[in-house]
Design a protein around this ligand. Sequence first.
Ligand code: SAM
Length: 299
Amino acid sequence: MKEAGILFVPAEYGHFRFRASDAIISGMAHEHPLTSFTDRLIVGDALDVLPQIPSASVHLVCTDPPYNLGKDYGAVVDRKAWDEYERFTRAWLAECVRILRDDGSLYVFMGVRFIARLYAILEELGLLFNGWITWHYTQGTGRTIGFSPRHEDILYFTKSTKYTFNLDAVRIPQKYYRERNNMRGANPGDVWTFSHVHYSNPEREAHPTQKPEALIERIVRASSNENDVVLDPFVGSGTTARVAQALNRRYIGIDITPAYIAMAERRLAQPFAGFDSVDPRAQRRPRDIPGKHKVSSAD
Ligand SMILES: C[S@@+](CC[C@H](N)C(=O)[O-])C[C@H]1O[C@@H](n2cnc3c(N)ncnc32)[C@H](O)[C@@H]1O
């Protein structure tokens, strides 16, 4: 497991905000070597920091950006006019596409209000569609008029047709023993159930939109290999960086709110004691089909 590294930007630079004009290594040109960023948590506006990361250098972008639903994130309140939010989204995504290696993959979380426009932007930026994953959660706010929301979505695109996908690393147990089933496990499909990290969970951080680690774990295991670089430009409480660290990937985490970067740094300095969430299907044991003989317990 790698140790956390944090990049502190001098206080006189806009309250710890990293700006494009503030070189990480003084005297360097626009882009900096990848090693200036890897295994670092960076305080700054993604739109300022991303342009400094070298082109075609990152294997996986996995990010959960602000959804423009009015959350207070400390350094920013997440409420823009939708057209402005669309310009913001296009701008940071264009940078991610530039930074992504040709064999790289990109996963972006989004709420239902913007997911359709996000899909169109990703196609316009020249990425190739690979999957639309629905994250279904079992608890959340209840509506008294209309249906209570119980999912968010993750769009999965690649930069080319050649990309990493480690299916064996993310298989889940089959439901039944069956001759035609691969008893090493099933593909987890594109509807994933993970509960939120509950407020009573000791792993819960004081961040309003912390994501479950096992959800990110599946993405990182499937779409990267050990020592690959995983970028999250909206790292929040540090979930993506924590998972990358635990799985021996290199990470780059950016967030505009200094308190969240400090939170993520503390989190990454803790010994790793296992992921804070689990897909209930990952715990099932294959059963005999009622009325049929068991075929085999192993592939
Ligand atoms: C949805 S949260 C990410 C939560 C994260 N996945 C976790 O598990 O904790 C979005 C984050 O983006 C950050 N943010 C908002 N605008 C930003 C910007 N322009 N640049 C970088 N970070 C930004 C917020 O501070 C917030 O922590």
